[in-house]
Every structure is written in C-alpha cells, then in structure tokens.
Design a protein around this ligand. Structure first.
Ligand SMILES: Nc1ncnc2c1ncn2[C@@H]1O[C@H](COP(=O)(O)OP(=O)(O)O)[C@@H](O)[C@H]1O
Ligand SMILES: [Mg+2]
Length: 267
C-alpha cells in the first residue's frame, strides 16, 4: 500500500532554487534512504515533509489524503499544520531533547498535550474519556518504547546524563510515541562519536524489522545499502538517481552518483 506520494515539490529560498521538482512515492513498511552531497537539499526535503517549510509548488499525499497542495490558495491554519505533522516523525542530527525534563517525560510530553486537548474538545482520546486514563496509557506506551530502544533503566535520567547515542535513542522513542505513519531521520548518527553510531543504527534496523515506514538521510553508505528498499541520490535539488540499493549503490548509472560514492570508498 502506498503511504506517501510526493509530487513536484519545488522550494526556493529567495532566488535560490533548493528543491527543483521532487517526485517519489513510498510503500508501507519500506525504507527510503536519501544520500547526496552537503547542500543538495536533503534536509529541506525532510523539512517540507514535516511542514517546517512550505514549498512553492507541489503536493504531499499521505494514505490517499492530500495534506498539502500548493495550488490550494487557502492558507493552512496552524491547527491543520499541527494535525498534518502527526503523520510524520522527525529525528534530528542534534537529538533536540528537552534538557529540563527526564527521559520519560521527553517521550510522553507531546502526546499528553494532544490527549488533554482532544479530551477537552472531543470528549475522548484513543478511546479514553478521562485525562487520567489517557495519561496512564501514554505512560505505559513510554515504558514499551524505552524497552524497544533499550533504555528502560534511564527513564528517570536527564538528557545531560546520557551519551549521545543514548540521547538519540530517546529522540527515536519520542518520535515513535506519536505513532507517525512515516518516521524521518536527518543524519541521525552524524553528531555521534564513531563508537556510538552502531547502537543507533541497530535500533533503526530493528524498526525496519517491525515494519515501520522510514525515510533516512544518511552518509552511512553501508548502512543505507543494507537497510533500504530504495536509495535516492539527490544532486542540486533534483533526484539524480533512485532505485534499489543494488543499483544505486553497487552499480550506479549516473556519473554524479558514481563520483559521490567514490568519495566514500577512497577513505
Ligand atoms: N532557511 C534557509 N534560507 C536560505 N537558504 C537555505 C535555507 N535552508 C537551506 N538553505 C540552502 O538550501 C540548500 C540546501 O540545503 P539543505 O537542504 O540543508 O541541504 P543538505 O541537507 O542536503 O545538506 C543550501 O544551499 C542551503 O544553503
Ligand atoms: Mg542536511
């Protein structure tokens, strides 16, 4: 089943064309890796998908529902944008945890706010009609997620007490808490010391095994080859090459892809 369809996304910053017509689709449970040089537009594409940037052209369709259409002249309300965002989870390079809250609170906070708002406005959240029941369920989910990322013992610690790899695993649990249709990663291991990248990549690999749909911007070419169903090579704001990893990474057709990949093998 198609979860995501992206049509002709164009994004300019002033006169600079950063995305010049991006089209792709993603099936449920599939992993798409995006590779490409710095400045090729990878982060901007993820930010457009997460409604942190507004494209000048194009459409974003999730599970058949058009969430964004640049042709639609009506300005999207903040409430609509917030609802749209729930379809996507985003894990940043720099973790971006709330330093003042415990690990567990980092995971539960956003969903607690959502549950309270829903119960107030609509009378229920996920089948719970009282805030107390909803919060109990959210707390239990956080315990499950902490177990999934292997950090049960750190539930009451603060981010500053964790290693970078542990912080990133909390950030992944936090993104999963909102049950997004698509989980996006922007260079999830780039800020980590080499000895800590393995534990984060392992968690992402396990998420694939449990059927999560993911888009991963990464410079870990070996990881992208192993974990991806599709690899996209971006160059200058366009998709220069896209296909299964055996093609794009092992046997690239585009000279730009070959040139980019050669930088990794020379090391
Ligand atoms: N907010 C912004 N304002 C102006 N230019 C931007 C902004 N964000 C990104 N850019 C430019 O867009 C291009 C692509 O950036 P980015 O999406 O971060 O690339 P990547 O993640 O592939 O390194 C770069 O030239 C960058 O300078
Ligand atoms: Mg980037």
């Amino acid at each position: 089943m198609e979860v995501l369809r992206v049509e002709n996304i164009v994004k300019n910053f002033g006169r600079v064309e950063v995305l010049r017509g991006i089209d792709f689709s993603l099936q449920k449970g599939q992993v798409l890796s995006i590779i490409g040089s710095s400045g090729s537009g990878k982060t901007t594409l993820l930010r457009c998908l997460n409604f942190l940037e507004t494209p000048q052209k194009g459409r974003i369709i999730v599970e058949g529902k058009t969430l964004f259409d640049a042709e639609d002249r009506q300005k999207m309300s903040d409430a609509a944008i917030r609802l749209n965002r729930l379809h996507f989870g985003l894990v940043f390079q720099q973790f971006n945890l709330f330093p003042q809250y415990t690990v567990k609170r980092n995971i539960t906070l956003a969903e607690e706010l959502l549950a309270k708002e829903k119960i107030k406005k609509e009378g229920s959240y996920n089948g719970h009609t009282t805030v107390r029941d909803a919060l109990a369920a959210i707390d239990q989910k956080a315990d499950r997620l902490l177990e999934e990322v292997g950090l049960t013992v750190k539930a009451d610690s603060y981010p500053c007490q964790l290693s970078g790899g542990q912080q990133q695993r909390v950030a992944i649990a936090r993104a999963l808490a909102m049950e997004p249709d698509i989980l996006c990663f922007d260079e999830p291991t780039s800020a980590l010391d080499p000895e800590l990248t393995g534990e984060v990549l392992r968690v992402i690999r396990e998420l694939k095994d449990t059927g999560r749909t993911m888009i991963i911007v990464t410079h870990e070419i070996g990881f992208a080859r192993d974990v991806s169903d599709t690899v996209m090579f971006m160059d200058g704001g366009v998709i220069a090459e896209m296909g299964p990893p055996e093609q794009v990474i092992e046997n690239p057709q585009n000279p730009r892809t070959r040139e980019f990949l050669s930088r990794f093998t020379e090391r």
